[in-house]
Design a protein around this ligand. Structure first.
Ligand SMILES: Nc1ncnc2c1ncn2[C@@H]1O[C@H](COP(=O)(O)OP(=O)(O)OP(=O)(O)O)[C@@H](O)[C@H]1O
Ligand SMILES: [Mg+2]
Length: 237
C-alpha cells in the first residue's frame, strides 16, 4: 500500500524551527485536510516537504524512498508535487507552455496536456493565452495542472481557495476529489475548514509547528468543538 510518511520532521525558517518533530501519514487516494491557525506552520511544512525550506530533522518517506534533504526537482520526480501558497505561474508564457515546462517525461507530454485540459476545460479554451492574463481561479487551475504534469503520487495544495469566489472554490474542491479518486494522495490546506472537511477523508490540525489533533475528517465535521479547542489553545500556553 502506497503512503507518504512524515516522521519527526523539523523544518527551519529564518534560523529557527517552525515545524517541530511533526509526524503525519498521507494515504494514497485519499484527501487529508491540514488545518490550523495563522502561523501554525502549514506552509512551512509544505515548503519543507517540497525541498524549498531546510529540513533539519526527521524523514519524509514516499513508498520507501527517503526524500528529505533532496532538491525540489528530485522530489517532484520522485512523485511529490506541491502547489505552494501564493504560487505564481509563468505569466508571460502561454497556458500550454506552462504545463509543458512542468512535464518531466517528454514522451508523455501530449497525453499529460490532454489530461490537464480534460480536467480543466476552461484552460483548454485558453491554451494559447498568456498565463498572466488568466483570472485568479484559472491561474490556480493552471498551478494544479503544472503539479499534475509530473504525474505525482502525492499532491500538496496550500490555500486552495485563497482570494477566489465561492463558485470557483466549489469547482476546485470537486477537482481535488477527482484527483484523489485516481489514486493520488492529497494533502489539502484550506483556510475554510468546512470546505476542506467537506472533501477530506482524514484531517490533522497544526498548532505551533506540531500536530495537535489528527483523525477522521468526519469527527471534526461532527464535532467542531475539537477544532475550536485547538484554535483557542493556540498561543495560550
Ligand atoms: N519568510 C519567513 N521568515 C521567517 N519566518 C517566517 C517566514 N514566513 C513565515 N515565518 C514564520 O514561520 C511560522 C510558520 O508560518 P507559516 O507561514 O508556515 O504558517 P501557516 O500555518 O501557513 O500560516 P497561514 O495560515 O497564515 O498561512 C510563523 O511563526 C511565521 O512567522
Ligand atoms: Mg500558510
Amino acid at each position: 500500500m502506497s503512503s507518504l510518511v512524515i516522521e519527526d520532521l523539523t523544518v527551519t525558517r529564518g534560523g529557527r524551527p517552525v515545524v517541530h518533530s511533526l509526524s503525519l501519514t498521507v494515504g494514497a487516494g485519499r484527501v487529508t485536510a491540514l488545518l490550523g491557525a495563522n502561523g501554525a506552520g502549514k506552509s512551512s511544512l509544505v515548503l519543507g516537504l517540497a525541498g524549498r525550506l531546510p529540513v533539519t530533522g526527521g524523514r519524509v518517506v514516499l513508498d520507501g524512498t527517503e526524500l528529505q534533504g533532496r532538491r525540489p526537482n528530485r522530489i517532484r520526480r520522485a512523485g511529490l508535487a506541491a502547489v505552494p501558497e501564493g504560487h505564481t505561474v509563468f505569466s508571460s508564457m502561454s497556458v500550454s507552455d506552462n504545463v509543458r515546462a512542468a512535464v518531466v517525461d517528454p514522451s508523455r507530454e501530449a497525453e499529460l496536456l490532454g489530461s490537464v485540459f480534460e480536467l480543466f476545460p476552461e484552460l483548454a479554451d485558453r491554451r494559447e493565452q498568456m498565463a498572466g492574463t488568466l483570472s485568479g481561479g484559472q491561474q490556480q487551475m493552471l498551478a494544479i495542472g503544472q503539479a499534475l504534469a509530473v504525474e505525482p503520487r502525492y499532491l500538496l495544495v496550500d490555500e486552495l481557495s485563497l482570494g477566489l469566489a465561492p463558485i470557483i472554490v466549489e469547482r476546485l474542491v470537486d477537482t481535488v476529489a477527482r484527483i484523489a479518486a485516481t489514486g493520488v494522495g492529497v494533502l489539502l490546506i484550506e483556510q475554510y475548514a468546512a470546505v476542506a472537511l467537506g472533501v477530506a477523508d482524514r484531517a490533522a490540525v497544526m498548532d505551533r509547528g506540531e500536530v495537535a489533533w489528527s483523525g477522521e475528517a468526519s469527527e471534526l465535521r461532527n464535532d467542531p468543538e475539537i477544532l475550536q479547542g485547538v484554535y483557542l489553545g493556540a498561543g495560550n500556553s
